[in-house]
Design a protein around this ligand. Structure first.
Ligand code: 5RP
Length: 232
């Protein structure tokens, strides 16, 4: 099994394991990314088989809208419901306190809204996402209103971060979020206090939301490979 195949299989298994926890009649927050995509596909299969009934999804990205429609999951909006029963989403890093870095898919603003509203928030990751300290392997994404990206980058430098504007395919231009904004990816030498850093970054004028998710996760399901076989 190649390394690539193992990671994909871990994501698939963990996505399915999370989808299996969704009960009929639930309002479900649908995360973004390759692991969440397996979860959405798995929910669609359960619906098609009749094992799962009457769920309605709230997506966190345009990618989620497309996938949910493709897999026959009815969608609603936050205007039409007063709660979310369960949200399932991927992450880029998970620390021992279950705090996260998200936003590798530039969807962290909507994800933070939906995941944070859910009665139960389940994170689905492969084992490569587990870290001792946030920021050790992944840059921290910060969504920023386009006209403010230069002053925001300077403000982030003053905080000790090394910011870079996220560029799209072939670096033809900046990545644009579903809200029409840019993403700045920031290297911090160490994120010792994610609670404080989340607030400090969001206080910079022009910042919409950053990818630190603190004190919101209820459960993390981790896909692993043991003895050459993927498991959750
Ligand atoms: C998107 C996210 C994703 O959930 C995160 O990047 C993980 O993605 P993947 O499951 O593809 O590794 O935060 O904004």
């Amino acid at each position: 099994m190649s390394e690539m195949d193992a990671t994909t299989m871990m994501k698939q298994m963990v996505g399915k394991a999370a989808a299996d926890r969704v009960k009929s009649g639930s309002i479900v927050g649908l995360g973004t990314g390759s692991t969440a995509a397996f979860m959405i596909a798995s929910l669609g299969e359960r619906l098609k088989s009749g094992e799962l009934k009457d769920i309605v999804g709230i997506t966190t990205s345009f990618q989620g809208d497309v996938l949910a429609r493709q897999h026959g999951i009815p969608l609603t909006t936050l205007d039409a419901v007063d709660h979310i029963d369960i949200a399932i989403d991927g992450a880029d890093e998970v620390d021992p306190n279950l705090n996260l870095i998200k936003g590798g898919g530039a969807a962290h603003t909507r994800e933070k809204i939906v995941d944070g509203l859910a009665d139960r928030f389940i994170v689905v990751v492969d084992s490569s996402k587990l870290v001792d300290k946030l920021g050790s392997t992944f840059l921290l994404p910060v969504e920023v209103i386009p006209m403010a990206y230069s002053p925001v980058m300077r403000a982030i430098e003053k905080l000790g971060g090394k910011p870079q504007l996220r560029m799209g395919v072939k670096k033809a231009g900046p990545v644009v979020t579903d809200q029409g904004n840019f993403v700045i990816d920031v290297k911090f030498d160490a994120i010792d206090n994610p609670v404080e850093l989340e607030k400090t970054l969001n206080n910079i004028p022009g910042v919409l939301e950053n990818g630190l998710f603190v004190n919101v996760t209820d459960l993390v399901l981790v896909g692993e490979v043991k003895d050459g076989k993927p498991s959750v």
